[in-house]
Write a protein that binds this ligand. Sequence first.
Ligand SMILES: NC(=O)c1ccc[n+]([C@@H]2O[C@H](COP(=O)([O-])OP(=O)(O)OC[C@H]3O[C@@H](n4cnc5c(N)ncnc54)[C@H](O)[C@@H]3O)[C@@H](O)[C@H]2O)c1
Length: 340
Amino acid sequence: MKILVTGGAGYIGSHTWIALREAGHTPVIVDNFANASPRVLSRLGQLFQTEPVCIAGDIRNATLIERVIEDHGCEAVIHFAGYKAVGESMAEPLKYFEVNVGGTERLLTAMANTGVRKLIFSSSATVYGDPEILPIPEDHPLSTASVYGQTKLIVEDMLRALHASDPQWAIAILRYFNPVGAHPSGLIGEDPADTPNNLMPFIAQVAVGRRPHLNVFGNDYPTPDGTGVRDYIHVCDLAEGHVAALSLLDEPQCTALNLGTGKGHSVLEMVEAFERASGRHVPYRITDRRPGDIASCYADPSRAEALTGWRAERGLDEMCADVWRWQSQNPLGYLDVAAE
Ligand SMILES: NC(=O)c1ccc[n+]([C@@H]2O[C@H](COP(=O)([O-])OP(=O)(O)OC[C@H]3O[C@@H](n4cnc5c(N)ncnc54)[C@H](O)[C@@H]3O)[C@@H](O)[C@H]2O)c1
């Protein structure tokens, strides 16, 4: 299939580009590089001998999106583009509503105008709020505490309304748990522009010497060691989940799937696993809980397996080893490009 991949130069998008190519699809990236380095493209090119087809542009530009869909004959869209920092979303809500909600509306309009009605959308486990049931099934009540989460919920509602208005749409809403890891080549990985918001890149930056220690936000949660428990999923498993979800687009529907492993790991378990994989000490300090954080969150991923045959295969040690390879080969992320 020829597939428009918005945000395809980003962390999850670049790994999904590889999975799509490996499965024989033809991805076409649109990315405005708001949170990605153009060097991702040459790294992907090293893996496949040809650089990705990438149009530098914004999802808010419906005319551009229509032209890309028509010029490249795209039959479906995988929509990653958007902002994802919870703290920033509280400080700059309009930026998040404009890009995540307004940008998605523009994209959907461009798709409708060009007759492309097959979409995979990046949602998040944040739409489950503070979970009432663990592991979390897709029919768990939806709520959220952040503006970022609200933008995901609004887009999900928009997609359900769109499908109700025109049942020809085929839409898979993928709710990611906690993506971590990197491609085993060490060529691409997660490269936060500022202080990492997520645990794994923070641990990796401490291990490589870019930061003195990790702050662990609270050790008095009702979990086995008191620190927060999350469902970490290898980004390559997540990427393959998108390829599997393409099969859902053969039939008109609007359906949500959890992409997680079904297993929870605490912050301290992650630190220990990373120390094992890297052979480096990761010093940490326990600090106060962060407002809005929850104790435990992990998926019931059985629906994804039942509907698409996909399930996560890679374990914690592989996730840590792959992050360490990426981080140690590229201590400054995509800024380390002396050879390119
Ligand atoms: N990484 C996570 O922990 C996580 C968890 C759940 C859901 N998600 C969602 O998955 C998607 C991808 O996340 P990621 O971790 O790869 O983030 P990322 O920031 O690495 O990738 C997003 C990409 O979108 C691009 N982009 C941003 N605004 C754009 C615009 N207006 N037009 C075109 N391109 C634009 C950025 O340059 C970047 O390359 C996001 O929608 C995110 O909300 C991520």
